[in-house]
Design a protein around this ligand. Structure first.
Ligand SMILES: NC(=O)c1ccc[n+]([C@@H]2O[C@H](COP(=O)([O-])OP(=O)(O)OC[C@H]3O[C@@H](n4cnc5c(N)ncnc54)[C@H](OP(=O)(O)O)[C@@H]3O)[C@@H](O)[C@H]2O)c1
Length: 250
């Protein structure tokens, strides 16, 4: 006979069981899931019984090189978020999904505002902000009403760091887009995860993390669990799930 969990374990075990139920056999599309945070979300979703679709420019070659991912529960699609043709083409190929996660990283080098190359800033906007905007305009018609969209912002959207103006503006625009969409696309739920500093990072950033309230960087797994939690929480919409070990407070 199974023994019911007691004490502090009980709510944790019940939450894991509930999340398993919520995501089991759901179709979860992770755009930008071929590495980093998106790949960690894909792994967690697979562990929760989901069918995972990964879309990015090099999805097949990058995910294909990871032998530990079960081929029968995962599919990859070549997709460039900066291409207006790619969202309709992608959904024509994949059909209906339950949840959409977007964790695409734009290529931009931190630089003081004074000398920031405006063309590079525009390309970063095109990738991270306008890319998701265009994608969601198409995706909204292919996500089940009970499903969700989870976007990615980042600590620079809230705390000002010198040299990070481009990501600051993109991230705060993403959080505003989330609130707009939570109203306009309801009952579809729309949320954002805002990570702080996630492993691995150069030594100087690791040292800086000693000053955070939680005195360390986040692991990819910890950040991934913030996305899973939002997907599996049927009353969460229009929120920013900050996971930064308190870094924004100091
Ligand atoms: N890591 C952190 O410490 C941190 C902190 C705060 C916020 N964030 C945010 O979290 C998000 C993910 O970051 P990450 O660290 O996980 O980055 P990452 O490891 O570099 O992964 C980025 C993903 O974006 C995809 N991608 C890039 N350009 C694309 C395009 N044009 N079309 C489609 N996919 C594209 C890449 O795949 P392909 O190369 O295959 O296209 C890859 O799967 C970013 O928005 C970042 O700003 C990260």
């Amino acid at each position: 006979m199974a023994v019911a969990p007691q004490g502090i374990l009980r709510p944790i075990v019940l939450w894991v069981m509930k999340m398993n139920n919520m995501l089991n056999e759901k179709r979860i599309l992770v755009v930008g899931g071929s590495s980093g945070i998106g790949l960690a979300v894909a792994r967690h979703a697979l562990q929760n019984g989901a069918h995972v679709l990964i879309a990015s420019r090099k999805a097949s070659e990058r995910v294909g090189a990871l032998p530990d991912l079960p081929g029968e529960s995962i599919e990859t699609h070549a997709f460039d978020i900066t291409s207006p043709e790619d969202p309709p083409r992608l959904f024509e190929a994949i059909g209906v999904i339950d949840h959409l996660v977007i964790s695409v990283r734009p290529e931009t080098t931190p630089s003081p505002f004074e000398t920031m190359d405006i063309d590079e800033a525009k390309r970063a906007f095109e990738t991270k902000f306008w890319g998701q905007y265009r994608l969601i305009q198409v995706a909204q018609h292919h996500i089940r009403e009970t499903g969700s969209i989870t976007l990615t912002s980042g600590i620079a959207g809230e705390k000002i760091y010198k040299g990070a103006s481009t990501m600051a503006i993109i991230n705060s625009a993403t959080e505003t887009l989330c609130r707009v969409l939570a109203v306009e696309l309801a009952p579809l739920r729309v949320n954002v995860v805002s990570p702080g500093f996630v492993e691995p990072k150069p030594k100087r950033v690791q040292e800086r993390a000693n000053q955070f309230p939680l005195r360390r960087l986040a692991s990819m797994d910890e950040v991934a669990s913030a996305y899973l939690w939002l997907m599996a929480s049927p009353y969460m919409t229009g929120t920013v799930n900050v996971i930064d070990g308190g870094a924004r407070l100091i």
